[in-house]
Design a protein around this ligand. Structure first.
Ligand SMILES: Nc1ncnc2c1ncn2[C@@H]1O[C@H](COP(=O)(O)OP(=O)(O)OP(=O)(O)O)[C@@H](O)[C@H]1O
Length: 609
């Protein structure tokens, strides 16, 4: 794929988040919204408190009507009106809080997605090769959505779960403090059981359960991913057995956890259940009334409000589950937001010409393991440099430094005399284009896919480069030719996708081209397209090609042999091939391996893209 789509994504991300890579807490991330968040909570508190008015009105009416004295009409009407007003005010406040909460939720999600998009536009392109697309899609999609309950629902649930019982409790204390304490017995019993759920044994069982769950998902993924191999080479029974064993282990750990927790959970449920609460209130109330400590009508508020006192304990579990889920999701979002981005120069320098120089370049994906160990190489404008070397010698890594997929850990890569780190990304991607094996096509029309780097190109130009890249005839076979939407109306094979990518690079016409001559999708037409692209561009551009074919090497101006991250030989291809150095030896063994491969006659290049 050419660089321009990625480059554009980088360039457009003009409002990057804090670039320090410092991890921010959930509260820090939400800081700009704390005002609105507080407004939601305050409105919820007022709504919840006022919302108790209808219930208290019923209680007061009951007490007034059941009292032996004749009811005071004025008081009764006041209570009724207060209850009705309370109901309306509650509706107004909770609806407003919910509205603001949802708008806030939208804003937070949008901001998270923008920050993620901005960060993803600035992280080294190479970082993506180590991430699965699904993983990133989950962070930007599901994980951002996971903050919804936390922002839009949890505050109201937690507020009403705590405010309502607290106000009820205060009211009940004014009626009869002793019966209030008795009414609290179920809640205290439930709370007393909580530590039993946290003993080391229980925690260990929960950990085993989580681990078992993880093993099941892994073995499902392994099973599904390996299904083609399993089918082709037999061993289905073995793969099944492994999956069954994992499930059996999970079931055992699940039973163990449930056995340990079920007694405690049942005890909590019983303590918080309405019949038990009513029983406690009735026994306590009867005792208070018969001992003459309380009027019978005063039992009514306890029967009506006592059940609500258990709500916080139940809501705690539910609300904190949401909170935990949101915290985990925000953790994954933060992981992406804290990836170090490639530093952009504040005052970009323009390159003078297209000479590329790698000077004492060292690079390692991980510390303590260098993949490139002191590369010195000059790519003169208008020349083709072919890199060869055994698998794992660092060829792809080296060429990926040119479009700045990564920065070298030591040394420098300069383009037109300017270190790539001093070059604006727009300049860089206008100057360097690349065709790598891992070709990505966008869900867009074929023409748009080809014209990615030059959106204003007219169809004639697109067709011209498609012909050069040997893909024009195939495009005409697609349902709507150049207007066919790829990945939707039609897919392309790996080789065809690579030819689209070659057409893209030809149209981009960047002065520097980095090309990985594919082995993975090598079919004669793609090989031909690569050769034609090289022939068309040679003499004009600075070309660096990872060569797998003798023909490519032979046509290069310079050949470079890489081994174990070092250049072990370089020079004019014909001389190197005729000599008896490492290059000639490598090529000899490479050729016999290629011949064996041809005999094996493995069809390639037809994986759908
Ligand atoms: N994204 C990555 N993260 C960590 N290590 C990597 C990554 N990409 C490559 N490597 C490692 O770096 C070394 C050089 O790999 P590289 O792909 O550059 O070699 P190569 O010569 O292009 O190999 P091939 O011809 O097989 O493509 C290898 O040991 C490889 O395992």
């Amino acid at each position: 794929m050419t660089t321009t789509d990625l480059a554009e994504a980088r360039v457009q991300s003009t409002s990057p988040p804090d670039d320090t890579g410092v991890r921010q807490s959930l509260v820090q991330l939400l800081r700009p919204y704390l005002g609105s968040f507080a407004a939601v909570v305050i409105l919820q508190v007022i709504g919840a408190v006022v919302g108790l008015a209808p219930l208290l009105a019923v209680v007061e009416l009951g007490r007034a009507l059941l009292s032996p004295d004749p009811p005071d009409h004025g008081y009764v009407w006041t209570v009724v009106i207060a209850g009705a007003i309370g109901l309306l005010v509650r509706l107004l406040f909770t609806a407003t809080a919910s509205g603001i909460g949802h708008v806030l939720d939208d804003q937070v999600q949008l901001s998270f997605r923008r920050q993620l998009a901005a960060r993803l536009g600035r992280v080294p392109i190479g970082w993506f090769s180590r991430r699965r697309t699904g993983e990133l899609a989950k962070v930007v999609g599901e994980d951002v959505s996971a903050v919804h309950p936390f922002i839009a629902h949890t505050p109201s649930e937690l507020v009403s779960a705590f405010v309502v019982p607290i106000v009820s409790l205060i009211y009940l204390f004014t009626v009869d403090s002793r019966l209030t304490l008795i009414t609290l017995i179920p809640v205290l019993l439930a709370v007393a059981l909580v530590p039993l759920m946290m003993t080391p044994t229980r925690l260990r069982e929960q950990k085993e359960f989580d681990a078992g769950m993880g093993r099941i998902s892994n073995s499902v993924v392994e099973f599904v991913q390996g299904i083609a191999v399993v089918k082709a080479f037999g061993g289905g029974e073995r793969a099944h057995r492994k999956f069954r064993t994992t499930v059996d282990e999970f079931v055992t750990s699940f039973y163990r956890m449930v056995r340990g927790l079920s007694g405690i959970a049942a005890g909590m449920q019983l303590a918080l259940s309405p019949p038990f609460v009513l029983l406690v209130v009735l026994i306590g109330g009867t005792a208070r009334i018969t001992s003459g400590g309380m009027a019978p009508a005063d039992l009514l508020p306890f029967l009506l409000l006592g059940l609500g006192l258990t709500a916080p304990v139940a809501a705690l579990g539910h609300g904190f589950d949401d909170l935990q889920a949101a915290r985990r999701a925000v953790g994954r979002i933060q992981d992406v937001l804290t990836v170090q981005s490639l530093p952009e120069p504040t005052n970009p320098t323009a390159p003078q010409g297209h000479r590329v120089v790698l000077r004492d370049v060292r690079f390692g994906y991980v510390t303590d393991h260098e993949v490139l160990r002191g590369i010195d190489l000059v790519l003169e404008p208008g020349t083709v440099t072919a890199i060869v070397g055994p698998s794992g010698s660092g060829k792809s890594t080296m060429v990926q430094l040119l479009p700045r997929f990564f920065d070298p850990t030591h040394g420098s890569v300069t383009l037109g005399g300017v270190d790539l780190r001093e070059l604006g990304s727009r300049d860089l991607y206008r100057t360097v284009s690349f065709v790598f094996q891992d070709t990505s096509l966008l869900r867009a029309s074929v023409a748009d896919n080809i014209a990615l780097a030059v959106p204003q190109a007219d169809l004639d130009d697109v067709v011209r480069v498609a012909k050069l890249a040997n893909i024009h005839d195939r495009i005409l076979e697609l349902p709507r030719g150049y207007d066919t939407i790829l990945k939707e109306e039609s897919g392309l094979s790996g080789g065809e996708a690579q030819r689209i990518s070659i057409a893209r690079a030809l149209l981009a016409d960047a002065p520097v081209l980095v090309l990985d001559e594919a082995t993975a999708f090598a079919d004669p037409r793609t090989e031909h397209a690569v050769r034609r692209a090289l022939a068309t561009l040679a003499g004009d551009k600075t070309i660096l090609v990872i060569a797998h074919r003798l023909e490519t090497v032979a046509h290069a101006d310079t050949a470079v042999m890489l081994d174990n991250g070092e250049i072990v030989e370089r020079g004019e291809p014909a001389e190197l091939l005729a000599g008896n150095g490492k290059f000639a030896a490598f090529w000899q063994s490479h050729r016999s391996a290629a011949a064996d491969q041809a005999h094996a006659d493995v069809p390639q290049g037809d994986e759908p893209r």
